[in-house]
Design a protein around this ligand. Sequence first.
Ligand code: P6P
Length: 333
Amino acid sequence: MKRVSLTQYLVEEQRLHNSIPAELRLLIEVVARACKSISHAVGKGALGEVLGSAGSENVQGEVQKKLDVLSNEILLEANEWGGHLAAMASEEMETIHPIPNRYPKGEYMLLFDPLDGSSNIDVNVSIGTIFSVLKAPEGMGEPTEQAFLQPGTRQVAAGYAVYGPQTVLVLTTGDGVNCFTLDREMGSWVLTQRDMKIPEDTREFAINASNTRHWYPPVTRYVNELLAGKTGPRGKDFNMRWIASMVADVHRILNRGGIFMYPADAREPDKPGKLRLMYEANPMAFLIEQAGGAATNGTQRILDIQPKKLHERVAVFLGSKNEVERVTGYHQQ
Ligand code: P6P
């Protein structure tokens, strides 16, 4: 297959669909270059003296790994000077990050989880970067947290990188989902999967089953039916996977179907779940829907949720359309 680079893909998308203005193309290419740098740092492992904890906590109250902090810095520094952004927001930072006054400002706002799946870093299991792009409100002036609180339907682009056996970048700008693989010798992103589509049915589910005793009834009922396999109402056996790295679980689901679940549970009744809406659930929901899947919080389409806080959490059920609709149905009974 003729090799198509990320740049060529973006230029051709702009020429064919007028869907990727030059500033957005620049933003995507800058983020992709930052992901290359993160991949390089992650790949060094113990040889790069980047493993282990940074001795600090993030806004989520989670211990920050050195690579969490490094990945966040790589994304901030890569995106500050280009003139395409008004502000950034990160899982690793409590407040939004305005563009320094010494640089020009642009019309986009970038949100990211710089290194998702941190608990896997030190044991060499796939981790990744998740990002979401919004437009700054017209006439915004100084950027505020409020300006970021837009529903996921307003995203103009979203994507993730997986730092695994291969380094891949999966991207949507609202016209389907495409996957690029990093050619490490050339340092370029090469289009390797065009217009990814999720199978509407599946035999594979992803949930952290150690939380079984904490689940609410709709999830318990749904998972028990999966576990009953061909002896139960589903009439077929199911398999389970849980990598504890959302990017890796979602990438598997995009490729071969499945349903990913991180429900609210009784451990923290006041919290709707563990995952964050703005820079985990929303970008993944955009990608999943663009690939023909579905993504809800159990009762509402994730992309329709009106955010109230930058770091708010949300329950997540996403993947093969028919499975997501089934488990959503149990929540509505
Ligand atoms: P648990 C990683 O910390 C993360 O945010 C997601 O990438 C992942 O799906 C989930 O949390 C894992 O959570 O409770 O199974 O460790």
